[in-house]
Design a protein around this ligand. Structure first.
Ligand code: 5AD
Ligand code: SF4
Length: 453
């Protein structure tokens, strides 16, 4: 814990061996890659932007759906070809590494396999690989303690405005469809003092926004020197760094407390956006998914959020075509979407994951065409609702934190409002990292077209 924090900007230095990092999956994985880079910099490596120039490649993988894994197998073929011309150590880390273990090691393009709790072992594994003992290396031990609390992640983001802070690791829920408890192990919370210190370090380095990350942030709990739950952690962070914006994800409908909602409402610097994955609008499906809430409970939580924070944006995750899902269950999802009117959603077809409760107990019996049809219907509906919600923002003024230059037009900037909506506007002398007040002039389902005022 007393290790000094070091420079947050990636070092690029041709005199040091280069490490090339590719990250797939969620924000937690991005933050894990930042932890890995920090550990490797201590070993003398420097971040390198091309795999041709690197001597070490880290592929940080995701296992959440089969298509996530298929992409990685495809990438491994690219690395196999590259290794015919170029000496490159290839190291597979993350959730797919944890799930497949030795199976991945058998691939000719793979030298090292390391799971999410084994990143401190990486330098040792790399050394062993080239030592007399030699041979491919693997460490996929999960831990009940590892939180990488003392490691100062080396930020991989390019904007220097917004950064992730991991507040907990693992997951103790047993959603029947989900592989994460098996790949990331059991839940553990990080010492709140190291979280606050990391936030302070980011502020000192010019960052304006932090995103507190966990699989289920509402069950954050520190009990060693004092009791700090998630609401308390939010309050402490908001008070310690009033100049910084605070976001968090992901909340769980069964755990998000009134206290968390009230704490959000009490501080201007806690952004008014909650990502609250519902997964399905059918209570029967929620029961099979082992989500531990039903449709009514979810709708009650939404009512509570809206009662305390009428302007809070709410986004969600939805799975189409889970085991035994009927047309009626699907209609329940559509009707819940209409009732809640989410501001955005990540929408997926159910993908059976080996080893999960659903894979062991239920039949993946919704035909692929039906899954696709239902997913498309969900996407169409959400696009319509997102557009309608955004149209209501026209004429409103909001304060945005500027994150970058618009991809479409280099004279335009983009930033996020407190509710996480993306505003695009002519730069008008403003710079990345500044706050700007904008007025919304027009919109699409994904963007608010604005001008500065
Ligand atoms: N199939 C499809 N989607 C899944 N998710 C998790 N597991 C699966 C699966 N087996 C989705 C959930 C979760 C998000 C991160 O990914 O919606 O909230
Ligand atoms: Fe993240 Fe889940 Fe993918 Fe692991 S499996 S990288 S926790 S989304």
């Amino acid at each position: 814990m007393d290790k000094d924090f070091k420079s947050i900007r990636p070092v690029t230095d041709a005199s040091r061996p280069g490490v090339y990092i590719e990250t797939y999956g969620c924000q937690m994985n991005v933050n894990d890659s930042e932890v890995i880079l920090s550990l490797l910099e201590d070993e003398g490596y420097a971040l390198c932007d091309s795999m041709e120039k690197a001597s070490l490649a880290i592929i940080n993988t995701c296992a959440i759906r089969d298509n996530a894994e298929q992409r990685i197998w495809g990438r491994l073929e690219v690395f196999r070809q590259l290794r015919k011309k170029h000496r490159l150590t290839v190291c597979i880390v993350g959730c797919m590494a944890e799930r497949l273990k030795e199976e991945l090691l058998e691939h000719p393009a793979v030298d090292i396999v390391a799971g999410p709790d084994s990143y401190r072992a990486l330098p040792g594994l790399i050394k062993k690989l080239s030592s007399a003992e030699g041979g491919k290396q693997i460490d996929v031990m999960l831990s009940n303690e590892e939180t990488y609390a003392d490691i100062s992640p080396v930020r991989l983001d390019k904007n220097g405005v917004s950064a992730y802070i991991s507040i907990m690791r693992g997951c103790n829920n047993v959603c029947s469809y989900c592989v994460v408890p098996y790949t990331r192990g059991s839940e553990r919370s990080r010492d709140y003092r190291t979280i606050l210190r990391e936030a302070g370090e980011l502020q000192a380095n010019g960052y304006k926004e932090i995103n507190l990350l966990g699989q289920n942030v509402d069950s954050y709990l520190w009990t060693e020197d004092r009791r700090v739950d998630f609401a308390a952690l939010l309050r402490m962070t908001a008070e310690a760094y009033p100049g910084m914006r605070i976001r968090f994800s992901t909340s769980h409908p069964k755990d998000i407390s009134d206290e968390v909602i009230r704490t959000m409402a009490s501080y201007d610097n806690i952004c008014k956006h909650i990502h609250l994955p519902v997964q399905s609008g059918s209570s029967r499906m929620l029961e099979l998914m082992r989500r531990k809430y039903d449709r009514e409970w979810y709708l009650e939580r939404i009512r509570k959020i809206r009662e305390i924070m009428p302007d809070c944006a709410i986004t969600t995750d939805i799975i189409a075509g889970f085991c035994t899902e009927t047309a009626e269950d699907h209609l329940q999802t559509l009707s819940l979407m209409e009732e809640v009117r989410f501001d955005g959603a990540f929408m997926f077809q159910y993908s059976e994951r080996p080893g999960t409760l659903a894979a062991r107990r239920y039949k993946d019996d919704v035909p692929p065409e039906t899954k696709t049809e239902r997913l498309n219907e969900i996407i169409r509906l959400q696009n319509r609702i997102s557009l309608e919600n955004n149209m209501k923002e026209i004429g409103r003024r909001m304060v945005v934190l500027i994150e970058g230059t618009s991809k479409r037009n280099k004279d335009e900037l983009f930033g996020r409002a407190s509710n996480n909506k993306v505003c695009v506007f002519p730069s008008n002398g403003h710079k990345i990292g500044e706050y700007a007040e904008v007025e919304v002039l027009d919109c699409t389902s994904a963007t608010l077209i604005s001008k500065t005022i």
